[in-house]
Structures are given as structure tokens and as C-alpha cells.
Design a protein around this ligand. Structure first.
Ligand code: PLP
Length: 396
């Protein structure tokens, strides 16, 4: 505990130490107190090395961290949750924690591209082999790719560009029967629309950056795990790597989480309305939205998810690349930017980044991904009509 200033201290010391103890008594605010810390002061010398004491700012154990961790564990039905500096880290962190040289991983083809880069570069250098399976692989196809060295299966369902789904409960059960861990990128489900741990998955990761943050102004990731043993392994790896998140960011994330259920429902309703309209437009070859009956995995989606969020893609009828750029540039309400899950609508063309190695991606025309924000869907439809009109001079 900091000592109050003493009258015999010099002006310098008093200036440096005055007020150190003021404000220790916290009042009961709606959110947790934001405590910023590298140093944590212990009450007595015996506490300095005592196990179980929070003694430094690094291990995500300050009040805002703890509050966010509890909330996400509740949301995901987890035995524990680790926080990571971003969504990418929420997948690479657990992979580093749970894999070792000589292991193999099976990864679905539609996994977030930087995860593929991590597997093909970083993990490979450390002696971990990755095998890719098609994005819509059946349980038998996934398990056929697993060898005696396979320790983990990495899923993403629906994929975030092309929205293929896997039968997650069936794969998780088959993997568990062979002693293989399953990890899923649950950013689409946001811990709310889909509960992977209740379906037998071991590690449910999400980019909180998207729907939990909800305002496109903060990065963070979480890995919610099925057992305390897994949590301890994730924590130990974060400790060794020095992976930590800011307590201020944890506060902002928790604030976003409080309105997640209301926002994501509105995104989902708006997204479906816009998708249904797009599916009727003559310039559109097809819409790829798992919440629509014409999606090839709609039955899985209906079985496992409580509803859609605001993210989906569309395939345009054949048009030149300048046409695709003209479409995007004509949009006024849809911002041109990566990411999703914020209150605002976004659009990107995807062909430059869709990468598949197990089964090539092919479509009738260019692939566009939309994130439908919280604006009035009718205004978004007007905006998209303006974009589609700009295609006319470029049609193939
Ligand atoms: C499906 C998916 N997973 C993970 C991430 C990574 O999140 P972050 O940008 O917070 O690292 C993204 C980001 O776009 C994503 O779309």
C-alpha cells in the first residue's frame, strides 16, 4: 500500500507521491473500475511472491479484464476464457499453446487467410504440418485427413467470405473420439448466435473486434475453452509470449458486449432484407447468405444457429474488373473497408483475397462481400441500386 506523504519529505518527493492513495475507495458504477497498471502494489512483503496474487499488469487480471472474461465465459458457456490483442491472436495463441513440433493440424479451406499464412509459414518453420480440407468437407472427409500425428482440427463455419459451413457437432464428436482437439473461429456467431462449446468444440475463438466491439474502434480477441486444463495451457502460453490486452480496451469491449444481442439481431434482419432484394436484381448471379433457403448449408445453419448476422456475399454476373470498382465507388452509404461487425455498412470485392488449396473457388462472376450495418435497410438498398447501375457500361 502506498504511504501518505510525510511533512519531512522534500517538495519534489511530495509532488511525486501526493495523492497516491486518494480515490482508493471505489463507488459502485455500472461498469467495472478501470485500473491501469504495469506495477501492482502488494500490501506486504510476504505477498510479493505469493502464488495466486495479481502482482503485475501483464496477465489480463485487472478488474476490466476479469469482468470481460467472466462475461465472455458466460456467453460461450466456457470453463475459462483468455483474451488476446486481436482476433488473429485469439487463434494463433491457442495453436501455439496446444501444438508442438511433429504435430499435424487439419484446417478448413475457408479459414481466415492470415491463419493459413500462420500455418504455412510460422507453424511449418516450427515443425507443425497443416493439411487443408474443402470448406464444406463432411465429417468423414475431415477425419480422413487426420493422421496419428493430428492434434487439432481448425474450423470456421460459416467462412467469412464464401460462407461454407461444416457439421461442427459431428466433426467435434468424431475428433474427440480420436483424442483430437477442435478449435473454431466463431467470429460469425459472436458467442451469441452459435455456441460451439455446447456442440462439443474445445476452443471457441472470436475476433471481439467485430460484433462484440461493434463500433470499429478497438481490436481484441477471445478464446473460450471447454476445460480449466485448457485454460491453464492458454494462460501459460500468453505468459511466456508476453501476450496481454489493455485494460482500457477491455472496458470498451465490455461496453460493446452489453448491446450485442440487440445489435446483432438488427444486423441480421437488415442483412436478410438486403440479401433478399439483391437476389432479385438482374445484375446479380446469386447471393451467398446462410440464412436464406437457397444456401447449400441452410439446413445446418437452421439447426445450429439462432439467426444470421449482417455479413454475406453476392456473386455478380460476369463483369470486367473496372466494372467491379465502379460498382464499389458508386456506393455512398457502404464504406470501402475491411472488417465487419461495426454499426456501419461496408463493402469489399473479394477475388484478390480468396485463397483455396483443397478445392479451388470458382463462381459465375466477381465476388463482393457486404456488411449490413444498422442503417435503414431501404436506404442501403437505394445505395446498392446506385452501385448496380454503375455496372451497365462494363457488363461482359
Ligand atoms: C473470420 C475472422 N476471423 C478473425 C479475424 C481477425 O480479427 P482481428 O482483425 O481482430 O485480428 C477476422 C478479421 O477480419 C475475421 O474476419
Amino acid at each position: 500500500m502506498a504511504k501518505p506523504p510525510r511533512p519531512d519529505w522534500s517538495a519534489t518527493t511530495r509532488a511525486i507521491r501526493a495523492g497516491a492513495d486518494a480515490g482508493r475507495e471505489t463507488v459502485h458504477t455500472v461498469g467495472p473500475p478501470i485500473q491501469r497498471a504495469s506495477t501492482v502494489l502488494l500490501d506486504k512483503a510476504a505477498d510479493l511472491y505469493a502464488p495466486g496474487k495479481t502482482s503485475y499488469g501483464r496477465p489480463n487480471a485487472l478488474p476490466t479484464h476479469t469482468a470481460l472474461i467472466e462475461a465472455i465465459s458466460e456467453l460461450e458457456g466456457a470453463a475459462g476464457t483468455e483474451l488476446y490483442p486481436c482476433g488473429l491472436g485469439s487463434i494463433t495463441g491457442p495453436m501455439l499453446a496446444l501444438l508442438k513440433a511433429g504435430d499435424e493440424v487439419v484446417v478448413v479451406d475457408c479459414a481466415y487467410a492470415p491463419i493459413r499464412r500462420f500455418c504455412d509459414g510460422f507453424l511449418k518453420r516450427y515443425g507443425v504440418v497443416t493439411r487443408y480440407v474443402p470448406s464444406r468437407a463432411t465429417v468423414d472427409e475431415v477425419m480422413a485427413a487426420a493422421t496419428p500425428a493430428t492434434r487439432m482440427i481448425v474450423l470456421e463455419s460459416p467462412g467469412s467470405l464464401t460462407f461454407e459451413m461444416q457439421d461442427v457437432p459431428a466433426i467435434a464428436a468424431a475428433a474427440r473420439a480420436r483424442g483430437i482437439l477442435t478449435l473454431i473461429d466463431n467470429t460469425y456467431g459472436a458467442g451469441f448466435l452459435f455456441k460451439p462449446l455446447a456442440h462439443g468444440v474445445d476452443v471457441s475463438c472470436q475476433a471481439l473486434t467485430k460484433y462484440v466491439g461493434g463500433h470499429s474502434d478497438v481490436l481484441m480477441g477471445s478464446a473460450a475453452v471447454a476445460t480449466r486444463e485448457l485454460f491453464d495451457r492458454l494462460r501459460a502460453c500468453s505468459r511466456d509470449l508476453g501476450s496481454t490486452v489493455s485494460p482500457d480496451d477491455a472496458y470498451v469491449m465490455l461496453r460493446g458486449l452489453r448491446t450485442l444481442p440487440t445489435r446483432i439481431k438488427a444486423h441480421g434482419e437488415g442483412g436478410l432484407k438486403v440479401a433478399d432484394w439483391l437476389a432479385q436484381q438482374p445484375e446479380v448471379a446469386r447471393v451467398i447468405h446462410p440464412g436464406r433457403a437457397d444456401h447449400p448449408d441452410h439446413a445446418l445453419f437452421k439447426r445450429d444457429f439462432t439467426g444470421p448476422n449482417g455479413l454475406f456475399s453476392l456473386v455478380l454476373k460476369p463483369v470486367s474488373e473496372p466494372g467491379v470498382l465502379a460498382f464499389l465507388d458508386a456506393l455512398e452509404l457502404f464504406g470501402l473497408g475491411f472488417s465487419w461487425g461495426g454499426f456501419e455498412s461496408l463493402a469489399i470485392h473479394c477475388d484478390p483475397q480468396v485463397r483455396r488449396t483443397a478445392k479451388p473457388w470458382s463462381a459465375e462472376g466477381p465476388l463482393i462481400r457486404l456488411h449490413v450495418g444498422l442503417e435503414d435497410p431501404d436506404d442501403l438498398i437505394t445505395d446498392l441500386r446506385r452501385g448496380l447501375d454503375a455496372l451497365a457500361p462494363h457488363a461482359a
